[in-house]
Design a protein around this ligand. Sequence first.
Ligand code: SAH
Ligand code: DHB
Ligand code: MG
Length: 244
Amino acid sequence: MLGLRTCLDPRDAACQTVPMFEHKPRPEWIATEEFISNAVVHPDAAVEQAIRTAAEAGMPAIEVAPNAGKLLKLLVQLSGARRILEIGTLAGYSTIWMGRGLPHNGKLVTCEYLPQHAEVAWANIDAAGLGERVEIRLGPALDTLAALAEEDREPFDFIFIDADKQNNSRYLDWAVRLGRPGAVVVLDNTIWEGAVLDPGLDPVNAPGIIDALKLLGDHPKLDATVIQTVGSKGWDGFALARIT
Ligand code: SAH
Ligand code: DHB
Ligand code: MG
């Protein structure tokens, strides 16, 4: 399960010393996902552009799958969310899916610490016609979250956590502080090729993923479940929670 994917952040010491964890999709999972995507999901040109420009810029293909992006959009619409917080922008793929679910007066704040990712993402978000509704906050997400808490703003209705897994529990704590009661929280990458039962598969990321699952189960202000998934991103899953 340990492959040699390129480093996401060369400043991260673990990147230099530990082989990067690689997701291992089965061919039939990928083919089935493609069928679903073509038959049901219908990704638009703007989200396709986010995938293409990410590849061209040498960014890892770690955006959510198309059916998961569509799920995010539908969850935004079903919950009636007007204010979205995203942690982990990459090329703006999930940002655009969620932005598609916002009403015209809706807003989305997305956190990214790599300037080159933010630059590619901004071009994609703007091309998607979401430039007025989306704000990219550059910098370590924990700093941005602390800054958001100091600002005079309405609480978020929807929070999507999808960045460095070591900080998952801290991001969940911030989600509870920044979200309103009844807000939706989605946490990506909760199964991680089974590393949730066998942390040795990825000693860098598994502990953060496991700790966050425990927190989701125990937090007095979170009511949560976890869904396992297979597809182009391998065997993984996401947590869906409601702030009580
Ligand atoms: N949500 C995106 C994928 C995000 S990948 C999608 O589905 O399309 C994770 C992103 O989080 C990467 O771009 C990475 O640079 C960023 N990231 C990782 N650690 C971060 C941190 N501490 N603060 C801000 N961004 C971070
Ligand atoms: C990785 C990160 C993700 O957020 C994801 O959905 C898949 C893979 C990664 O860092 O390998
Ligand atoms: Mg993810």
